[in-house]
Design a protein around this ligand. Sequence first.
Ligand code: MIG
Length: 817
Amino acid sequence: MKRAACLLLCLAGCAQAAAPAASVRVGRYEIVGNGVTLQLSAPRADILRIRAAAGALGEDASWAVAAGIRATTQPLSVTEDAAGITLDTGQLRARIDRHSLHLRIEDAAGRVVFEDAPGTSLSFGRSPLAAAAPTLRLAMPDDAHYFGLGDKAGPLDRRGQSFALWNTDAGDFTPTTDPLYKSIPFLLVARESGSSAGLFVDTPWRSHFDFGRSERDTLVIGAEGGGVDCYVMTAPDPKGIVRAYAWLTGTPPLAPLWALGFQQSRYSYLDESAARGIADRLRAERIPADALYLDIDYQDRNRPFTVSKSAYPDLAGLVARLSAQDLRLVLITDPHIARAPDQGYAPYDSGLAQGYFVRGADGRPLVAEVWPGPAVFPDFTRPDVRSWWGGLYTDFVRAGVAGFWNDMNEPAIFQRRDKTMPLDAVHRIAEPGLAARDAGHAEVHNVYGMLNSRATYEGLLKLSPAQRPFVLTRASYAGGQKYAATWTGDNSSSWSHLRQSVPQLVNLSLSGFSLAGADIGGFAGSAASPDLLTRWIQVGAFTPLFRDHAAKEKPAQEPWVDGEAHTAIRRRYIEERYRLLPYLYALEEESSRSGLPLMRPVFLEFPSVLASGESLYFSQDQFMLGPDLLVAPPPDGESAGAYRIRLPGEGWYDYWTGQRVSGARLVETPRIDRLPVFVRPGTMLPRQGLVQSTRQRPQGPLQIDVYPGPDCGGQLYLDDGESFAYRNGDYLRQALHCRIGPQALAIDFDAREGRHRPWWTDITVIVHGQAGQPARIRLGTRTLAGDYDAAQGTLRIALPDLPAAASLRIETGATQR
Ligand code: MIG
């Protein structure tokens, strides 16, 4: 039985009464009906926040959205009539039915952004864990495609699937395993009709998202506790939604440059000589690399923050030796602390003395079995515990360890069917902005890993304030991108896993985590076949985090293990990764400001592909690296048969040959030494000379390849790659443009910003797709010579560095082939 809605109009500051007929402006609007309190506000005109609860609203709290953002309200204009209430931000309009509280949200053009499924509205049922648990039932328009939700497995488009969000150590996951390691309740909705929307359901509770699987055309979202706190976003294009989500939950910090280099890992390099051997071999084989990882076996009896004296007698010595080879060391540090009383194990002793561990229902520290045997778990919801945890890194940082790897932080626990803590474990919440209180594990579980990585990140910053931290986490929650890079956990050495990694990483990238990777070669399973490892290195070279890692029982999986023919191909792709660093680093820097990821679905750059009728077919296996490179791996690696590649439009260039490809539909016969990569017409792609590590200074000129086409341009960004000096002007930023005119191709360098001195003193511009020798090349008033290669259709021009605004004109009758 519905009881008539009782209206409460709450003006910002909240004292005024009844609603006049004409519209009024408020900061937050609140209405009560059917026992549900619904509150709407707009932190920005393009973002509507909806909070609701059975009864009164709970505390305004979040682990993902900063208090300042939650406190911000743009004016909502409120108009009431007999049937309902209309709230308008100028960019979003919410219509609430007075009696049912049915909610419908439109954009300024009147297109529906989100709407409760017909005949429904928000409801709260009882949950075993909380007094009331919310369910949203949203209409799914026919032409809507759903993305995001982190690295959930399965197809790129979430439509027709259902997922639980509950961080889980999902070892050996398959494309149908769910839940996985992370919980990122954010969705990007892209419609074939051209509109884009976002939905972020900010709940740490176990939740589920069913995309029309159990109820036709209905997106059912439920959580096991808490109220509703969600954000609806509108934007002219999908990129705008990604940016809005980043505005809400934060952008990733600018990673150190070395994090973009090739990283070699293994569970485990069992002792120092094994680790040294790998480093020596990387250099002997001339495989460019930046980092070596030590997995749990470097520790004494698997105890975090110890080092095995027998296996690694001199950690600082190893760091120094690696450093002399331009390699960095990354150490794993799991969150479980061995319960080892009276053994001089400081993390246990000091944590116990201060009451820093999660408690069991009996009030005593919860003890559970993980790698060290019986272990206890830091209560990361407390700031004092986080700062204590951060301090545990002191010796490692002093020894020169460059980065840290937070594994097992779902948290994973052995010998339990649910693989994690009992739900009656007790955490202490003591977060600014949240009421100080005890909370059961069910409410904290999904943020535990994020808070673990936050403690690590903040601790490293404190220990080494001039150094950009590098943290890699397995579990996380929305907003966790502010603290750590991530990987997709324990995949397997199979072709299907290589294929799965693309939609997984693309959705993870859309969900805020721009520095993400899958274990190259596959973690679990039997040995990667030579072809699989080669292909995976090729694809991995074009994904953000490029780390080769393998499980303990497996044969070696480093790039050289399959003989020289494979090594040569792998080396060539790793080398290409390093040549691309100027492009990659500029993308990385952009992501730290805007949240736009490095790895992107094709539709993010070309939303019209959604409406092309072929729908997502060619977005599933193909992906973009930044706005300019399209990577098209064979979908079925085992098949030697030809496969189709679809380019979004005509005029693209082959990355490897620089030649224009004809048409937008290609048929490719797989070859193990070639990964098809294409360059968008209109690209100015910066590349550097080969180095063996990002620590080395590239030799020779900066190379800028110009692929003429519409919207032609590129970006240069550079800084010292490791400190925060860029925040004080020690950076270099320069935009590049090109224009195809009737008589000339004009290549413009904008004036350079920042005071960082580049490593290059010269620039080589290579213009592709040139039909003939140019009549004249001018740089300002000077005439330059160019080197025209008729067979390749390229024109090569040597330039001095151009820090000031400069214009290069290539004069010819017809510049375009
Ligand atoms: O229970 O530290 O996902 O990358 O090598 C397995 C050992 C624990 C799981 C991680 C994997 C790592 C492994 N860890």
